[in-house]
Design a protein around this ligand. Structure first.
Ligand code: ZN
Length: 127
């Protein structure tokens, strides 16, 4: 298990970002939604176009609409790998988020629903 202690965080933010006011935003998406999104991703083996199974017509999920190439699941997008990536992310990110929650605060942005609405929320939070 990889961990980051608070000393390492302080060293990180007092180095390259020294003197800058951190404005931390976090786009919040439920773990199962992330797993679903990533395990539904397919990539064209030939032209590398990216698809999501939920956006492809039924029965049309095996070939690329652009070049006819075979759609594959990247090893990184297999469920077991996605869950492991999320565990590592949580282990490494939680201490950093906690640090910012206690210092400058973190703006939480809901990351589910309409993409334009999420984008607008992110832009509003940046102002
Ligand atoms: Zn293709």
């Amino acid at each position: 298990m990889v961990g980051i202690n608070e000393g390492a965080i302080v060293e990180l933010i007092s180095g390259p970002f020294k003197g800058e006011m951190a404005r931390v935003k976090r786009v919040d998406v439920a773990k199962e939604e992330i797993v679903n999104r990533l395990t539904s991703r397919r990539v064209c083996a030939d032209c590398k176009a990216v698809y999501n199974l939920s956006m492809l017509p039924d029965g049309d999920g095996s070939r690329c609409a652009k070049c006819g190439g075979k759609l594959i699941t990247r090893p990184d997008d297999r469920e077991e790998t996605v869950r492991r990536r999320l565990e590592v992310y949580e282990e490494q990110t939680s201490p950093v988020l906690e640090f910012y929650r206690r210092s400058t605060g973190v703006t939480e942005i809901p990351g589910t629903g309409d993409i334009d609405g999420i984008t607008a929320e992110i832009i509003r939070a940046m102002k």
